[in-house]
Design a protein around this ligand. Structure first.
Ligand SMILES: [Fe+2]
Length: 188
């Protein structure tokens, strides 16, 4: 039951799934299903947006709700409606689940041989609206490339699980027109 499905239970399931399957697509799909249950728990979906303004700082991500020595981390993120994020990657696989609001979500794919900064070609392969309760997989690098924005004038709030410590990883920001990727270091 989603009412009872807590972050602790979710993390326990994620660890068990990874131990059983390894870090592969079948594991990510199983984790995606668990995320869909987690983001329906009213304990997490009832968000006071005014109070949140001060809680989620400039990186738009909460302090970790879970993190451990394996590098796994769970955060809650807010994406405002004002602008699309840069097209970016985190250097980690992940699973994103929508708690509240709708998310204009773009998936980009790297089409050159590279995986680092410098010359880089990317193309848009999916552009969709995620609804509350939806979850998507962020594939392993170098294909963990996306951009997102709160849809229809409203912010969206999401849980984001990263397999590795994406809050400390440098990110890549992509410029499709210039054919270039830039390494960006973000502070917490
Ligand atoms: Fe991201």
């Amino acid at each position: 039951m989603s009412e009872d499905y807590t972050i602790d239970a979710f993390i326990g399931d994620v660890k068990r799934i990874l131990a059983e399957d390894g870090e592969n697509h079948s594991a990510f799909e199983r984790i995606q299903e668990k995320m869909q249950t987690l983001v329906k728990n009213p304990e997490y979906t009832e968000i006071d947006e005014e109070a949140e303004a001060g809680n989620i700082h400039s990186g738009r991500q909460s302090r970790p709700l879970y993190e451990d020595e394996s590098g796994m981390i769970l955060v809650r993120a807010r994406f405002g409606p004002e602008a699309m994020t840069p097209i970016h990657s985190h250097g980690s696989w992940g699973v994103i689940g929508v708690l509240k609001g709708r998310d204009h979500y773009q998936v980009w794919q790297r089409t050159d041989e590279g995986d680092g900064p410098g010359e880089a070609s990317v193309e848009l392969i999916d552009d969709r609206i995620l609804e509350p309760g939806d979850a998507v997989i962020l594939p392993p690098p170098p294909q963990d490339i996306h951009a997102q924005q709160g849809h229809d004038g409203e912010a969206t709030y999401e849980f984001v699980l990263f397999g590795k410590n994406a809050m400390q990883n440098p990110r890549l920001y992509f410029d499709p027109e210039a054919g270039h990727a830039e390494l960006v270091h973000l502070n917490r």
